[in-house]
Design a binder for this molecule. Structure first.
Ligand SMILES: *Cc1c(COP(=O)(O)O)cnc(C)c1O
Length: 480
């Protein structure tokens, strides 16, 4: 299997070559040359492999899916990496992603039982093991530099802690994350994890990461890398749980399911698109946004319009507060019949010049729904409160704010014939303020997080200064 760039660059690469890279050299995103096809017989065999979520089933299913896309890691090694990643010890259940039935034909798929209680663990935990494996094989090291306002940073740190050859330097805005999120990240005592609290806002953190990454000499000398959501391996890891959701909601391969996905950067739902292109019988992929409705606007009107920072709302589902959807280019590439030149014109030229492009009048736009199954919807703070309350009162289940956006939108697209699966992307304890607002009570806290706010913290506070951050990296990255 070879990978190409969505902007038409002629190079083709193997999986492990793009594993440690970000964007393709022409600024595009990597995608496989073709989607491997899974026929009904294979699907039936995989149902047996997953085995209803019995111990080891999810890891074995992950190996089946990943094997179709990775041909430069020996099978026994890849199998060992999957087995090590998806364990009951890490995810708390043998099924890893159990379905919770709310009512007939309406389910939540639990993706947030990993170490940081958000779905990003599903991919990041695999990435940590893949990075450690590949770096050891090459005899190389990597210093991961990132900026976070919450979920991504902690998922990356919990995935990379204690890993050989990897160090993490994670910038966050000083005093601006929730006490729970700060406690999650700053209580890590691992030598290879460096929390840097920047005196500024999230954008300051991101600007510093960009400035350091744009200094190519520094980047090369100090082996700077990233783990952002455009990484293909992260997306690939997410494909697996769409299959696992299907197997749990159906009893045979002639049935279909639909998914609703709380969306920000379009990474999660793009994995659903890949699963559907492989042949998984998905009827509808519903994209749920919050007030930051870049994607809902596109699927309703065909206009893709990037928001300025002033137009990006701070909401109570903060992990979906995006100004643009960084994985969306992958879907548009498929929608345009994989025309790299056109994708380059839209994402490379039109977006940087005008901040928008329009496909509404193009005949392909109708295919987003008819051929690819996409629909969308939007949810607001009031919707979240009402949905959290309704879900608790009717089913006794407390859902987090992002999942509530999903449930709200799913209601509009559910049908009696096809089961609807809403992806649960975080646990409510991470966003307890809004839960209290909706229910007048605190959400349950998983026992391993009891008293976490009182643990000692390991964090270095610094001014928003590129040189200071560079110096810190130089002093703490061991060699060179
Ligand atoms: C990151 C995140 C999302 C959005 O996922 P995308 O892949 O960016 O669309 C939704 N919910 C939670 C809790 C998240 O952490």
């Amino acid at each position: 299997m070879l990978y190409l760039s969505t902007r038409g660059h002629p190079d083709r690469k193997h999986f492990c070559e793009i594993l440690l890279e970000g964007l393709a050299p022409d600024g595009g995103l990597y995608l496989p040359e073709r989607y491997p096809q899974v026929d009904a017989a294979t699907l039936a065999r995989w149902r047996g492999v997953f085995n209803g979520g019995a111990p080891g089933g999810y890891a074995a299913l992950a190996f089946e899916v990943l094997s179709l896309y990775i041909d430069d890691i020996p099978a026994a090694d890849l199998r060992a990496i999957c087995d090590k990643t998806y364990t009951e010890a890490v995810y708390g259940t043998a099924a890893i992603v159990p379905l919770k039935k709310l009512e007939e034909g309406f389910y939540l798929e639990a993706l947030s039982n990993g170490p940081t209680l958000a779905f990003k663990d599903m991919a990041m935990q695999l990435l940590g093991n893949l990075f450690e494996y590949e770096l050891a094989r090459r005899g190389e090291e990597l210093n991961i530099l990132g900026a976070t306002s919450g979920d991504t940073g902690s998922a990356a740190e919990y995935a990379m802690r204690g890993k050989q050859g990897v160090r993490v330097f994670m910038l966050s805005p000083h005093g601006r994350m929730s006490p729970f999120q700060q406690a999650q990240m700053f209580s890590l005592m691992d030598e290879n994890i460096h929390n840097i609290a920047i005196e500024g806002v999230f954008d300051d953190c991101q600007d510093i990461v960009k400035a350091v990454s744009n200094d190519l000499t520094f980047k090369r000398q100090y082996k700077i890398g990233t783990v952002n959501s455009i990484n293909w391996a992260r997306l690939l890891a997410q494909v697996v749980y769409y299959f696992a959701g299907f197997f749990q909601a159906t009893s045979n391969e002639s049935q279909k399911v639909s998914f609703t996905v709380p969306s920000g950067n379009f990474g999660n739902v793009c994995a659903g698109h890949v699963a559907r292109q492989m042949g998984l019988p998905i009827q509808t992929l519903a994209v749920a946004t919050n007030e930051n409705d870049v994607l809902d606007e596109f699927f309703r009107t065909g206009v893709y319009r990037v928001r300025a920072s002033a137009d990006t709302h701070e909401t109570s589902s903060p992990s979906m507060d995006i100004s643009k959807a960084s994985n969306f280019e992958r879907f548009v590439f498929d929608l345009l019949g994989r025309d790299g030149a056109r994708v380059k014109a839209l994402f490379g030229d039109a977006l940087s010049r005008e901040g928008r492009f329009e496909l509404g009048v193009d005949p392909v736009f109708a295919e987003a729904a008819s051929h690819y199954g996409f629909v969308s919807g939007k949810s607001t703070h009031a919707d979240r409160l009402a949905t959290i309350k309704d879900t608790f009162e009717r089913f006794g289940v407390v859902i987090d704010t992002h999942t509530a956006d999903g449930v709200k939108v799913a209601r509009a697209h559910a049908s009696a014939e096809v089961p609807m699966i809403v992806l649960e992307t975080a646990l409510p304890i991470k966003f307890s303020e809004t839960i209290v607002e909706a229910l007048g009570r605190q959400p349950d806290r998983p026992p391993q997080f009891e008293g976490i706010e009182a643990l000692p913290k390991r964090v270095h506070v610094m001014p928003a200064d590129v040189v200071a951050v560079k110096n810190y990296i130089v002093q703490h990255c061991g060699d060179s």
